[in-house]
Design a protein around this ligand. Structure first.
Ligand SMILES: Cc1cc2nc3c(=O)[nH]c(=O)nc-3n(C[C@H](O)[C@H](O)[C@H](O)COP(=O)(O)OP(=O)(O)OC[C@H]3O[C@@H](n4cnc5c(N)ncnc54)[C@H](O)[C@@H]3O)c2cc1C
Length: 381
């Protein structure tokens, strides 16, 4: 049975909810975190952790563990098949973590979950939130639990419940944007790779884009846009994509995970409605270009934890709107940046593709522009 009251109810135990719960517990607050799934997701999904995220997670003392388990990637290249157009070098960026770290999302979530448990937090499962009624100073969270329906009155409610957020819908906050026509295919694979292994390589080709980067255990992530993906992604399909778009001589041996999905580019009109806040995919979603999705959510969680903690500690002028003021422009810039990168990558006419390749070659020849792009990707801009 759940308590009838809580200072903070966090809806969703994904990366955003886990970090928020841990940060609030670390600050000594009462937090009730609910997730409708019987157990945490066990899928590879987000693979990139950027420098800014590693920096903010130092507060939770998990960065060293993430770095120890992941693969450090110091460079990104953009290529026209075998020809390099631009090389982005992260190793000179002004950060303790001058690289992109790659790690499967379930492993990141495992590390975050262990830290949350060490701090006395937990995710209550399976508890599905069906609605939130908002009053001026509090909100009632309606929950379908394993045994019966319950209502918890909370001073603050955070919707960290992903793209189809019930919290956002209950608060009637519009999720403005659209959906790409293409679907995205993802595969984690063991491959014979003819190029530098510790690099993320983006290959432009007339057939579309394919991106590949290293993962722990000698695997590579392969991401491609496709018009018609087959029902089942298999070795032959991934090999076909690499033959058509990737480097000469890549050989796919085995897939360890695969998925295909349609991608939205959307942002919530507001991140706050009275006592209700949105964070992570509930607040913004965008293309996987640059691997920013999970990173933004984790950074939202850290900011929001500080914001709510100040209010719970009785700060006289706790600036609850400050969260939206700081985080929404960053989310908006990311949605715009990733949309631009995605549309540029999937342009399907030859003149457009030649122009794109010329622009990337030009960027490659201009060190300050290259550095700006690397700063954007590392979320340090
Ligand atoms: C197939 C796939 C591949 C992806 N690949 C990448 C990638 O390569 N790079 C990248 O950066 N990002 C990627 N993403 C996106 C990334 O996984 C998300 O940005 C990240 O998981 C967002 O974290 P979150 O905690 O905000 O939301 P989620 O991870 O979606 O977590 C939301 C949680 O809320 C729970 N929940 C939902 N509704 C309710 C409810 N009503 N009541 C209680 N609980 C609820 C869910 O069970 C879930 O556990 C991918 C996503 C998918 C689906």
């Amino acid at each position: 049975m759940l308590p009838t009251e809580a200072d903070v109810v966090v809806v969703g135990g994904g990366p955003t909810g886990l970090v928020l719960t841990s940060m609030l517990r670390q600050a000594g607050h009462d937090v009730l975190t609910l997730d409708r799934q019987p157990e945490g997701a066990n899928a590879s999904r987000a693979a990139a952790i950027h420098a800014k995220t590693l920096e903010v997670l130092r507060e939770l003392d998990v960065t060293d563990r993430l770095v120890a388990e992941g693969v450090m990637v110091p460079t990104f290249t953009f290529r026209d098949r075998d020809r390099i157009l631009t090389r982005l070098d992260f190793s000179a960026l002004p950060t303790r973590y001058p690289f992109v770290l790659t790690l499967q999302q379930y492993r990141t979530e495992k590390i975050l979950t262990e830290r949350m448990h060490a701090l006395g937090g937990q995710v209550m499962r399976p508890y599905s939130v069906t609605g939130v009624s908002i009053d001026t100073d509090t909100a009632d969270v309606e929950v379908d639990g394993p045994d019966w329906r319950e209502v918890v009155r909370a001073r603050f409610v955070v919707g960290a419940d992903g793209t189809n957020s019930v919290v956002r819908q209950s608060a009637k906050i519009e999720y403005a944007g659209g959906t790409y026509d293409q679907s995205f295919t993802l595969a984690d694979a063991r491959v014979e790779w003819p190029l530098r292994f510790d690099e993320v390589q983006n290959f432009f080709s007339p057939a579309g884009i394919v991106v590949s980067g290293p993962l722990p255990d000698n695997q590579r992530r392969v991401l491609a846009t496709v018009d018609d993906a087959p029902e089942v992604i298999d070795v032959d399909f991934v090999q076909h994509i690499l033959d058509e778009r990737g480097p000469t001589g890549a050989r796919v041996k085995e897939l360890t995970w695969s998925s295909q999905f349609h991608v939205h580019h959307r942002i919530a009109r507001t991140f706050r409605q009275g006592p209700v806040f949105l964070a992570g995919d509930a607040a913004h979603v965008h293309s996987p270009a640059g691997g920013q999705g999970m990173n933004l959510g984790i950074q939202d969680a850290v900011d929001l934890a500080h914001t709510l903690s100040a209010a719970l500690n009785g700060a006289r002028y706790a600036d609850l709107d400050g969260y939206e003021k700081r985080r929404r422009p960053i989310a908006r810039a990311t949605v715009i940046f990733t949309n631009l990168m995605t549309r540029t990558s999937i342009v399907d006419n030859r003149p457009g593709q030649l122009l794109r390749n010329a622009v990337f070659s030009l960027i490659g020849a201009l060190p300050p522009t290259r550095k700006q792009m690397a700063l954007h990707m590392a979320e340090l801009a």
